[in-house]
Design a protein around this ligand. Structure first.
Ligand SMILES: *Cc1c(COP(=O)(O)O)cnc(C)c1O
Length: 369
């Protein structure tokens, strides 16, 4: 079976996990978690990093640090994984969906402006904007940040897919008031499950560390002035993360090479296209995605499956999800078109050139039918 994006360990992870086990630091928190946070901070040039149990947990904590609470509205892209929106509802707040622009597939700044204006006109308080870098492609960050500034709304940057992607050389995840990473098993590097929250604001980092450990007051007995969560990353899993950080650049190079190989092999087919980087933007090419002008990913997906090759449609837009029926949305049709035309191809960094060609041959056959 050729999987979509399986974990790819380096040489050090087993040794680091053994070190954590032998030192008896099996707890959440411990020296490996401290080191993993330091490695992330150094790589991303992020002043504060908090390791947590998942990307979803990091978004939940981040929104709470930005003051999101019952009845508030939070603007988030429709074209994303559900975890960009579900923590909004955990807090009793309401998501407002904004559609994509066709270049990066991320939040359309024009529609965002329309949404911000419109929400203001109706007297609704937009408490935060979630800016996602979908599939590792940097969003229209300058435009979104400038609107956020004009309307005085903080930005939570969901870079869960996008670790190592950059814009003008700066790492994504470090542009917003809060940034979020995921180390889930299918991401570019993994701790099996895990996440991190990045921020330039010391008070947000302190508050999030406190919330992530049950909001315990600093006294000898258990004292809780408010409700927190049990969201810290295990020290054992952080040991895996330290090893994975050592190979991060290799993993990105390999994913970019896999993208280039698919693109080169399939370029002659005019009905197939690939998402392109804007100048100054560097995607981590987490997943290679093909767009088929005539749609019909279902049949190709079936044919790949028959050859033991895993593929996956892109996210079904959140405004079409039954769980979000009736949610206020600002739409232009782009996310719905992407959903009907796009398929994610196997992109794991351990894939061989032969495996890529195996996938390519099936796509070529499919397109010639
Ligand atoms: C994976 C992902 C998340 C959630 O991360 P988990 O670690 O799986 O909780 C959030 N947003 C996006 C865009 C993702 O792809």
């Amino acid at each position: 079976m050729i999987y979509l994006s399986p974990p790819h360990l380096g040489e050090k992870e087993a040794q680091l996990v053994q070190e954590a086990l032998l030192s008896n630091w099996i707890a959440p928190q411990g020296p490996h978690l401290d080191r993993f946070e330091q490695d992330l901070a150094a790589k991303l040039q992020a002043p504060y990093v908090v390791g947590v149990s998942s990307g979803t947990a990091a978004i939940h904590l981040g929104l709470r640090a930005l003051g999101v609470g019952p009845g508030d509205e939070v603007i988030t892209p429709s074209f994303s994984f559900i975890a960009s929106a579900s923590p909004i509802t955990f807090l009793g707040a309401k998501p407002v969906f904004v559609d994509s622009e066709p270049g990066t597939w991320n939040m359309d700044p024009e529609l965002l402006e329309q949404a911000l204006k419109n929400r203001r006109a109706t007297g609704k308080k937009v408490k935060a904007i979630v800016m996602v870098h979908a599939y590792g492609m940097p969003a229209m960050t300058d435009e979104i940040l400038s609107l956020a500034k004009t309307y005085e709304v903080p930005v939570l940057e969901d870079a869960a897919d996008a670790l190592g992607a950059t814009l003008q050389g700066k790492q994504v995840g470090t542009f917003g008031d809060i940034g979020v990473l995921s180390f889930n098993g299918n991401k570019i590097i993994t701790t099996s499950g895990g996440g991190a929250l990045l921020t330039p604001h010391e008070q947000h980092a302190q508050f999030v560390r406190y919330l992530a450990t049950q909001a315990k007051s600093p006294v000898p007995h258990y004292e809780h002035a408010e409700i927190g969560y049990n969201y810290r990353l295990s020290n054992v899993l952080a040991a895996i993360g330290i090893g994975q950080m050592e190979v991060l650049e290799d993993r990105i190079s390999r994913r970019r090479a896999i993208f280039a190989e698919y693109q080169q092999s399939l370029e002659p087919i005019s009905a197939i296209s690939f998402p392109q980087e804007r100048s100054g933007a560097r995607s981590n090419r987490w997943l290679t995605i093909i767009r088929m002008a005539q749609g019909g990913w279902e049949r190709l997906h079936e044919q790949l499956k028959a050859h033991a090759i895993e593929s996956r449609p892109v996210w079904k837009p959140l405004h079409l999800q039954p769980a979000f029926s009736g949610v206020t949305s600002y739409l232009n049709g782009v996310s719905e078109t992407l959903f009907s035309q796009c398929l994610c191809l196997p992109s794991g960094s351990a894939m061989t050139g032969e495996q890529i060609q195996e996938v390519v041959e099936i796509i070529k056959k499919h397109q010639s039918l």
